[in-house]
Design a binder for this molecule. Structure first.
Ligand code: PLP
Length: 377
C-alpha cells in the first residue's frame, strides 16, 4: 500500500475534541470546547425553516447577494468586498491559500500569529507550505497584552502576513487602538498582509473593539462567523471582508475547496443579521454572557484561582495551582482546556486553564460545585 501523506501527522485529535469526548464519556460538565449549550435565537431558526425548500441550489461561490449585502451593512464596507465561506475556519484557509505559500526554489513565506494561539492557525499554515512563527503575548497584572518588541523581532524579509485575533481566543483580551495602530504601522513599514480574525466582534464586555481594517484598509482581511454571532457554531457560515478589488481572487480559490457555503443557511443568516442589527439582539447576548462570566470568575476566585478577566469572547483564563485538566475531567467531572494546548512554539505559563462560559448558569454553578469538591479532596 502507498503511505498516506506526511501531512496526516496534522490530523491528530484536537484537545477540544478529546476533552469533549472525555466529558461525554464521564458525564462531565463541559467548560472545554467553546460551543454554546443554549439554543440559537428563534428568529434564526424560523428563517432557516423558510429557506430550506426555497433556496436549495448552489449560490455563487462568492456568496448569496443578500448575505453579502447584510455583512457589508453590518461592517460598513462595500458588498463587493465580501466573500461568504463555510465558517471562519474555511475563511482562514482560503486566506492562507490566497496570501502565502512555499515559493518553490526559494524560502517559504512566514506567517506570524500570537501565542497562546487558536488551534487552526498553525496546521493551516503548514498545509499551504508556509512557515509558522509564534510570538508570545505578555501576561502581567494588566492581563494579556501585545509585546510589540517581541513582534518586531519576529518580522523578517520573508514575513508575508500576520494574524491578529481581537477579541482574542483563548485569553479574552481585546487589543487597544494603540496596540492595533502599532501593528498596522509595522505591517506598512515591512509591507505584509494583516488577517484580522474578528469572530467575536459582537462579544465584548468593556468598550467596542476597534477593527484593524479601519486602521489599515488597504492590507487587512477581516474574518467573521455567523456561528459565533448567533450562537449556532454548527451552521458553518462565515465571511471575509477583503481590501478593495481582492474578493474575486479569494472567492476563486474558495470555489475549489467547498464551492459555496450551504445556500439555505446563507439566506437564513442574511435575514437574521438584519433582525439582530435592529432588535438589540447583540446587547442581550452581551448581557447574558457578561452575567455568566461574572458568575464563573467570582466562583473561581472563591476557590483561590487567579482570574484574568476577559474583555471579550466567551472564554476566560485562570491560574489554578494543582489542577491537572486530565484528572479534573476524569475524576472531578469538569472539562476545561489546559492553556499549554495553545502554545506551539513558545513556553506556556504554568498552571493556566481556559474555561468556556457559553454554558447555562446551572452548568456553570454545577462545574464550580464539582471543582470545589475536587480541590478539597
Ligand atoms: C471559533 C473560532 C473560529 C472558527 O469559526 P467557525 O465559524 O466556527 O469556523 C475562528 N477563530 C476563532 C478565534 C474562533 O474562536
Amino acid at each position: 500500500m502507498p503511505s498516506l501523506h506526511a501531512r496526516t501527522r496534522l490530523s491528530a485529535e484536537s484537545i477540544f475534541s478529546r476533552m469533549s469526548r472525555l466529558a461525554a464519556q464521564r458525564g462531565a460538565v463541559n467548560l472545554g470546547q467553546g460551543f454554546p449549550s443554549t439554543p440559537p435565537p428563534a428568529f434564526l431558526l424560523e428563517a432557516a425553516r423558510r429557506a430550506v425548500g426555497t433556496v436549495d441550489q448552489y449560490s455563487p461561490p462568492i456568496g448569496l447577494p443578500a448575505l453579502r449585502e447584510a455583512v457589508a451593512q453590518d461592517l460598513e464596507v462595500q458588498p463587493e468586498q465580501v466573500v461568504i465561506t463555510c465558517g471562519a475556519t474555511e475563511a482562514m484557509f482560503a486566506l492562507a491559500q490566497t496570501l502565502y505559500g512555499p515559493n518553490p526554489g526559494g524560502q517559504p513565506d512566514e506567517l506570524i500569529a500570537f501565542e497562546p494561539v487558536f488551534d487552526i492557525y498553525l496546521p493551516q499554515t503548514v498545509m499551504v507550505g508556509a512557515t509558522f512563527v509564534g510570538v508570545p503575548l505578555n501576561l502581567s497584572a494588566e492581563g494579556w497584552r501585545l509585546d510589540i518588541d517581541a513582534l518586531c523581532r519576529a518580522v523578517t524579509p520573508r514575513t508575508k502576513a500576520l494574524i491578529v485575533n481581537s477579541p482574542f481566543n483563548p485569553t479574552g483580551s481585546v487589543f487597544t487602538r494603540a496596540e492595533l495602530q502599532a501593528i498596522a504601522d509595522l505591517a506598512r513599514e515591512h509591507d505584509f498582509w494583516l488577517i484580522s480574525d474578528e469572530v467575536y466582534d459582537e462579544l465584548y464586555y468593556d468598550v467596542r473593539p476597534v477593527s484593524l481594517r479601519t486602521l489599515a484598509p488597504e492590507r487587512t482581511f477581516t474574518v467573521g462567523s455567523a456561528g459565533k454571532r448567533l450562537d449556532a457554531t454548527g451552521w458553518r457560515v462565515g465571511w471575509i471582508v477583503t481590501p478593495e478589488g481582492a474578493a474575486p481572487e479569494v472567492a476563486g480559490l474558495h470555489q475549489w475547496t467547498t464551492f459555496c457555503a450551504p445556500a439555505p443557511l446563507q439566506a437564513a443568516v442574511a435575514e437574521a443579521l438584519g433582525i439582530a442589527r435592529t432588535s438589540g439582539f447583540y446587547d442581550g447576548l452581551r448581557r447574558s454572557y457578561l452575567k455568566r462570566m461574572q458568575l464563573l470568575a467570582a466562583g473561581l476566585r472563591d476557590l483561590g484561582a487567579e482570574v484574568f478577566t476577559p474583555q471579550g469572547t466567551y472564554f476566560l483564563t485562570a491560574r489554578l495551582p494543582g489542577v491537572d485538566a486530565e484528572r479534573l475531567v476524569t475524576e472531578g467531572g469538569v472539562a476545561v482546556i489546559p492553556l499549554e494546548a495553545f502554545y506551539r512554539t513558545q513556553p506556556a505559563p504554568p498552571e493556566m486553564l481556559r474555561l468556556a462560559f457559553c454554558k447555562s448558569e446551572a452548568e456553570i454553578e454545577e462545574a464550580l460545585r464539582r471543582l470545589k469538591g475536587f480541590l478539597s479532596r
